[in-house]
Every structure is written in C-alpha cells, then in structure tokens.
Design a protein around this ligand. Structure first.
Ligand code: PAN
Ligand code: ZN
Length: 186
C-alpha cells in the first residue's frame, strides 16, 4: 500500500471513506439503562445514534487505523446518546481521540472497574491507555465529531460490554453531565 491522504469536509467527517458503519437505536438498545425509553425511540423512527467512517489499512502490526465518528445529540431517559463501547482484543493497544467539534465525555473503564471520565471538546486530545474499555457520549446539543487513531491489529471486543456493560454511565444532570453508577438507573 502507498501513502495516501483523506480529507474531512465541513462536518469534520472523512470524505470518501472506505467503510461506513451506521448504528441506529435498534442496533444498541440494550446498551441503555432505560429499555422502555430505548424502545420508544425505535418506535418513533429508529434514529441513527452514531456513524463511523473509516479508512481501511492492512490489519498488521505497525499499521494505524483511523476513523471519524459522529454521535448525534439526544438522550435515552437521562442517559446521553453514546457509542457501543469496547475493549481492544489486543490489550496492549492504545488509542488517540481528537475532538473536531461538539461536546462529550469519553468514559474509560478497566476490568476491575476503575473508571475515568474525560472531557471532549473541540481540540481535546485523549490518550486511552491499553487495557481500558472506552465509550463516548455526546453531552451537547450539536453532533459530537472526533477522529480516532489506533493500531490496525487491535481488534474490537464488543461482546464483553454487551454482556457485562460498563459499571458507570453518563447522564444529564441539572447542571450538566454527571457520571453515575449504571446500577442506580436500572
Ligand atoms: C473508535 C470507535 C468508534 C465507534 O473508532 O470504534 O468511535 O465506537 P464503537 O466501536 O464502540 O461502536 C475506536 O475506539 N476504535 O478503536
Ligand atoms: Zn477503540
């Protein structure tokens, strides 16, 4: 493969991506604590929660994958629209998140349930340590758009999150976003 360039349009999303993944509410309803509210969203048009536009590179050690994600604004009950979240299958792989526009929170958790909530706003650069599951929330009124770069051989483990969830989540409080224990919402 030769060096190549991708451009981002006014929205900050990658133009002419090699792959597009669209996640609607029906693709991830179980991720939200309030399943009834998630079902209402599905019955009322099943909105796109987020989309991911990727450039494909060989899945080999040393290669870097990169993709832009847009999460739409909204809440399911009090919980903000979010990504599915995952561990990297290779627990030695880190990731960089660069926020292009909007407001959000990246929640990272370890298997022993340590957690950190990191602010995402235009220009913020987040380093996700290897071994930490990560999920992003749109806590603003506009789309949250960011670029993520990670080792192409990282792999994505979604199943652990689908089965065990995150111990914490981010909800809309009276004075902005608040991190709470997921168990308090169910
Ligand atoms: C990101 C995420 C992207 C969508 O590129 O894959 O924002 O989130 P989910 O993959 O959890 O649906 C990343 O962390 N890649 O490793
Ligand atoms: Zn990742």
């Amino acid at each position: 493969m030769e060096p190549f360039v991708k451009f981002t349009g006014a929205s900050g999303l990658m133009e002419q991506p090699d792959n597009v993944v669209i996640r609607k509410m029906s693709d991830m309803a179980a991720a939200y604590a309030d399943s009834q509210k998630a079902r209402q969203w599905i019955e009322n048009g099943d909105p796109v929660v987020y989309e991911m536009l990727e450039a494909l590179v060989p899945q080999a050690a040393g290669e870097l994958m990169f993709c832009t994600t847009r999460i739409n604004p909204g809440t399911v009950g009090r919980e903000y629209f979010m990504t599915k979240g995952h561990y990297h299958e290779d627990p030695t792989t880190a990731e960089i998140y660069y926020t292009v526009s909007g407001r959000g929170i990246l929640l990272a958790e370890t298997k022993d349930r340590r957690h950190v909530a990191l602010e995402m706003r235009k220009g913020s650069i987040i380093h996700v340590e290897p071994g930490w599951a990560h999920r992003t929330y749109n806590t603003g009124e506009e789309p949250l758009v960011f670029l993520a770069v990670y080792p192409a051989n990282a792999g994505h483990d979604y199943r652990t999150i689908e089965q065990e969830g995150f111990a914490h989540t981010v909800v809309k409080g009276d004075n902005g976003p608040v991190v709470v224990k997921t168990s308090t919402l169910r």
